[in-house]
Write a protein that binds this ligand. Sequence first.
Ligand code: PLP
Length: 395
Amino acid sequence: MVSERMKQSIERGKPMAALFTAKDRLVSRFGPDDVYDFSIGNPNVPAPATVKESIIKQAKELTELELHSYTPVEGYPFVRKAIAEHDREKFGVDLTEKNILMTAGAAGGLNAVMMTLLDEGDEVIVLKPFFGEYAVYVEHAGGELVVVPTEEGTFRIDVKEVERAITRRTKAVLINTPNNPTGVIYSEDELRALADMLYKKSNDLGIDIALVSDEPYRDLAYGGQDVPYLPKLYDNTIIVYSFSKSLSLPGERIGYITVSDSMTERDVVKAGLATAIRSLFVNAPSLIQRVVCDCIDDECDVAYYKRNGETLYEELTKIGYECVKPEGAFYLWVKALVDDDFEFAKMAEDHHIAILPGSAFSGPGYFRLSFCVAYETITGSIPHFKELYDDVCGK
Ligand code: PLP
């Protein structure tokens, strides 16, 4: 009954699915108070109080029909207008509600983008390591994923490698900044170099290459630096944003796509996205659209995640782990102490720690720690990381 494509996705997802139950396994082995779960990126900072206030206000003030009816496919115009105004001011660009389409989170947005851009066999370049779901988004839209290495050890964009991977079938380069799993934020210089190369290759090959920027962590930057706004550097940019992490609303499924006016065939692209949103059922839910409109100026508790990331980085580095200093998002990317990162995840479990092996992100030999956890989880885990290190590497 099931398509070959889906069967492959199921098989590929199996090792990961097992890891998502790591916490339960650890709790049954060691009890609830001595387990350190760094596996999943579920924000632990609560949503701002304004979210609950807005939900209550909407429920009280609106009729049932107003609350629960279908919304326009692109989302409510007043919500898109508020977002456009917010981003126009923040990034100093020209935007109106016509540039914004609401979606069910970044996942909904990315699926709609892939369905809009790809014909069977079109290629999408991603940079290694990458969020594993990209393979599903691209392949289920009929595309092929082309995986390109980043710079050794720093995980920054290697523009030459991207250039080498471009063919006449290249439809898009999909990047993610701040990055899951490495925590890297691409600088303006490196993005400009990427954009310049894409202009040149598009011109040489006579094709249009979209730069799709997946930015659910845009508001989680720790060095005081801004995440560069890509449409300023490259006309054919599509940004996919989500409120899952910035407002701690991952279960509500709310985000949006930005298509700037400079995009080639921009009206057809927007019509394609609206069609994809409708046919994939990734419309943004109505109540939560109104809520993010009320909370658009609320900010995430970046300082909380920053302290977590700094402590984990400093303590693990002191022990001897090789880590990438996180500039943004809430992940620490660490070299595994043995070659087989799945084996290493099992060893970590023996020391009460749940991690995700790098292979889940096409980054074998590494592991990812999600530090959106209580600060006490960070401090409590350090002696266990030390024992794990001593066990594998000797004292
Ligand atoms: N892209 C990246 C890089 C992510 O890490 C995630 C979720 O963790 C998503 C997309 C999906 O985000 P959303 O919850 O908004 O669908």
